[in-house]
Design a protein around this ligand. Structure first.
Ligand SMILES: [Zn+2]
Ligand SMILES: [Zn+2]
Length: 361
């Protein structure tokens, strides 16, 4: 173990809701008990980081889910797609290699409830997720409370692998909720940003070729086509009519990585009987849907967010087996994080941005 005495770390924190992140220097914490300290090399940037920085999620009808009211305290370091090298461990930690490279599952529960006992931390009602409620990965160092949240990332392209902890596992678990998928049936991916492109990679990796990439931006649709989408549909200019031309009677599944009234409204006209709509996107708003269609046509809407350490490990195994090709990412320095958030707000990001953590202090 290296000495942490006198070592400082740098992080980019929300100090005031809705305001630019502030750089903060402090002493590097020393791990005790089950804690593991990582020197980060990468951290992906997620659109949720924008919502957390703003301090609320738009619940529609002018209602906001306020993070302050949910008990989140400032300052907090954002970033929930961290990857790094272990530099120190608490005295109770075994089986974790100093110098080893690990992905971190940031979706950490209270550790006391039934969900946490079953390792379903993502379903814990009192989560303390890294990068949201606890210090996250827009930093040089990260403390992980227990090694059971680490996934061995040796040999992976670290920048491409970092997003597996959020966009990767979110899309993987969303796709799992559509399983089993008949290879002859069409699946529509709504929104071809980072999540949509990852979902495309996961579907293709699991052997599903009949994917319709949907977006309102032709440039994003072109990228999706290049990454293996069999068909595309511009939801603005072509609409659901195009979906039904490709898949008469409707698609068997839709994966919504946008999450706004206009995308959810596609569920009824766009799904075949018995179809499933998996809602992951968090843009916000509320939908007005004709209720009899759900019963009469046996349509389901399922929510999905993130996953467990086990899910991330399954995903890593698929990557190692060569089944999932990780999409290229847009690599930028940690210090550029505020510009990256601005680009996300302005819709200027195609795919995923991953911050590279240099030697900054
Ligand atoms: Zn995220
Ligand atoms: Zn819990």
């Amino acid at each position: 173990m290296i000495s942490l005495k006198g070592l400082t770390m740098k992080s980019y924190d929300v100090t005031e809701w809705g305001k630019p992140l502030q750089a903060r220097i402090r002493d590097t914490p020393k791990p005790i008990g089950n804690e593991v300290l990582l020197r980060l090399t990468h951290c992906g940037v997620c659109h949720s980081d924008v919502h957390v920085r703003d301090g609320y999620f738009d619940m529609g009808g002018g209602r906001k889910l306020s993070l302050a009211e949910r008990g989140l305290k400032l300052p907090v370091t954002l970033g929930h797609e961290p990857l790094g090298v272990v530099v120190a461990t608490g005295e109770s930690v075994a089986g974790i290699e100093i110098g080893g490279t690990y992905l971190v599952n940031p979706w950490i529960g209270c550790g006391k409830c039934r969900m946490c006992a079953a390792n379903n931390d993502n379903l814990c009602a009192n989560m303390s997720a890294l990068g949201i409620a606890a210090p996250g990965g827009f930093a040089t160092h990260l403390m992980v409370p227990d090694p059971r949240y680490l996934i061995d990332a040796a040999g992976l392209d670290a920048a491409r692998a970092a997003p597996l902890a959020c966009s990767g596992v979110t899309t993987y678990c969303a796709v799992k909720k559509l399983q089993p998928i008949d290879p002859e049936e069409w699946v529509a991916v709504l929104g071809c940003g980072g999540l949509g492109l990852m979902a495309l990679a996961v579907l293709r990796g699991l052997g599903h070729a009949k994917v319709i990439a949907c977006d309102i931006d032709d440039a994003k649709l072109e990228v999706a086509r290049a990454r293996g989408a069999a068909q595309t549909c511009n939801l603005k200019t072509e609409g659901v009519k195009r979906l039904l031309e490709i898949s008469p009677g409707g698609v068997c599944g839709m994966l919504d990585f946008v999450g706004m009234p206009q995308t959810v409204a596609l569920a009824i006209p766009g799904l075949r009987k018995g179809g499933r709509f998996v809602l992951c996107g968090l843009i916000g708003g509320e939908a007005n849907l004709p209720l009899p269609a759900f019963g009469l046509r046996e349509i389901s809407i399922l929510g999905s967010a993130v996953g467990t350490t086990r899910d991330i490990a399954e995903l890593v195994a698929l990557v190692r087996a060569g089944k999932i090709a990780l999409p290229e990412v847009d690599r930028r320095p940690l210090a550029a994080v505020e510009n990256v958030l601005a680009d996300l707000v302005a819709g200027r990001v195609t795919g995923r941005v991953v911050l590279e953590v240099g030697e900054e202090r």
